[in-house]
Design a protein around this ligand. Structure first.
Ligand code: AMP
Ligand code: ZN
Length: 115
């Protein structure tokens, strides 16, 4: 756990989140400022700052985040309609919390273009 990392504190329970999934590798909770009817953040329990610092040893873990996202899309009832998975990386992308996360966003028609 990294000191003063918001998402580490949600994973550890130090800060309350609306947790919708948890296992030994990952935790998912509802975004505090949702941009769509479903907006969930899927994070590794281990602190990793961003995609930029990923190591080859993290590949299974990152794949697991996508697998959890797919399961949650089903349980949220948005799998058939479709959804977006977004991982902002660095300042130009607007990353504000430097603990890697996948946004699962759905339940409405998405706007284009991205970017
Ligand atoms: P990003 O801008 O990609 O780094 O995404 C960070 C996300 O974390 C934003 O969508 C915020 O709304 C969300 N967020 C910030 N604080 C909390 C919190 N305490 N609980 C849940 N989500 C949060
Ligand atoms: Zn962290």
């Amino acid at each position: 756990m990294a000191d003063s990392c918001l998402f580490c504190m949600i994973v550890s329970g130090e800060i309350k989140g609306t947790i919708v999934f948890r296992d030994d590798q990952a935790t998912a909770f509802r975004d505090i400022n949702p941009v769509a009817p479903t907006h969930i953040l899927i994070v590794p329990n281990k602190h990793i700052e961003s995609v930029s610092v990923l190591e080859s040893a993290d590949e299974q873990l990152i794949g697991h985040l996508f697998s959890v996202a797919g399961q949650l899309a089903k349980s949220e009832g948005i799998a058939e309609g479709g959804y977006r998975l977004i991982t902002n990386t660095g300042p130009d992308a607007g990353q504000t919390v430097f603990h890697i996360h996948v946004h699962l966003i759905g339940g409405q028609m998405m706007r284009h273009p991205m970017g």
